[in-house]
Design a protein around this ligand. Structure first.
Ligand code: HEM
Length: 279
């Protein structure tokens, strides 16, 4: 099977769609748009005009699809009435106004875009990292999704191969980073992948070691820390534990990554699995 298209994509899209109340038959359209939106988030210097247009069109499609669903959420008992998308459109208390529809839609679009490709990346990068480091994989062969070993392994995979590679900040005041002046207003690109392998912080930073217990920056830090981190961790632990029970082996040694500087995620990961009941 292809772990990306057969497991990681349907799982990540299914979970976020369930939360937002997107029916199964619509998920493929959302999935295509969400993927393009995320991949269009690369810094401008890395994206050509056609990719920019493509991403803009995908954002419009996503918003149109969500607007349609939000309208359905107005009706009592509709399929989306009890979902995050419906609740975003409700007033928080009887004497407050609901948030504007445009804001509810923007929030839902962000949840979709932020929660999809990233989780696909975590599951597929994780399995690939383990398959290419058999001694690490062996340590997890019998681990269940709630075992401490699996919790640690998912954190180490996040450190080693962050699905989100970078974020952007604007300096609100002049400051100094690593001895270099950063004047007020400077746009800075912060590379999680590099920070997670800082030799001043990590022993053997380029080695995958699933027994490590060191923090990482793959979900960001501070007030914008990833809202979906517990969900992404849970999905990854469940998916990896289930896959490892089937003794996976690589079918293709060579893999290709989604063309994006912003995310790190495999395009395909073909593996052979064994039915656990026959082992
Ligand atoms: C492995 C999966 C994921 C990774 C690596 C990841 C990574 C990140 C990072 C690095 C940030 C901080 C960005 C910044 O500070 O500029 C962030 C923010 C965010 N993430 Fe995630 N994310 C993942 C999964 C999810 C999921 C599943 C959801 C939704 C269900 C989600 C929703 C969000 C939201 C809404 C924010 C913005 C939070 C804010 O600005 O206050 N993410 N994520």
């Amino acid at each position: 099977m292809d772990v990306v298209t057969d497991i990681a994509q349907p799982l990540a899209m299914g979970v976020i769609s369930h939360l937002l109340g997107i029916p199964t038959e619509e998920q493929e359209r959302f999935r295509q748009s969400a993927g393009v939106v995320i991949n269009g988030m690369d810094p401008n210097s890395l994206v050509d005009d056609q990719q920019r247009r493509h991403a803009a069109q995908a954002r419009i499609t996503l918003v149109q699809l969500l607007r349609l669903h939000l309208r359905q959420a107005d009706g009592n008992g509709s399929a989306v009435a009890s979902t995050v998308l419906a609740r975003l459109a409700e007033p928080v208390s009887p004497d407050t106004d609901p948030i504007p529809v445009t804001e509810a839609i923007a929030t839902a679009a962000q949840l979709l875009a932020a929660g999809y490709e990233t989780t696909v990346g975590l599951i597929s990068n994780g399995l690939y990292a383990l398959l290419t480091h058999p001694s690490q994989l062996n340590r997890l062969a019998a681990a269940g999704p709630e075992d401490q070993a699996m919790h640690r392994a998912v954190e180490e995979i996040l450190r080693y191969e962050p699905p989100v590679q970078m974020t952007v900040r604007i300096a609100l005041a002049p400051t100094t980073v690593g001895g270099r002046p950063v004047p007020e207003g400077t746009v800075t690109v912060l590379a999680f992948g590099a920070a997670n392998r800082d030799p001043d912080v990590y022993d053997r930073p380029h080695d995958l070691d699933v027994t490590r217990d060191t923090p990482h920056l793959s979900f960001g830090l501070g007030s914008h820390f990833c809202l979906g981190a517990p969900l992404a961790r849970l999905e990854a632990r469940l998916a990896l534990a289930a896959l490892l029970r089937c003794r996976p082996s690589l079918v293709d040694e060579s893999v290709t990554y989604v063309q994006s500087a912003f995310t790190r995620s495999l395009q395909h990961l073909r593996v052979r699995l064994t039915d656990p009941s026959s082992q």
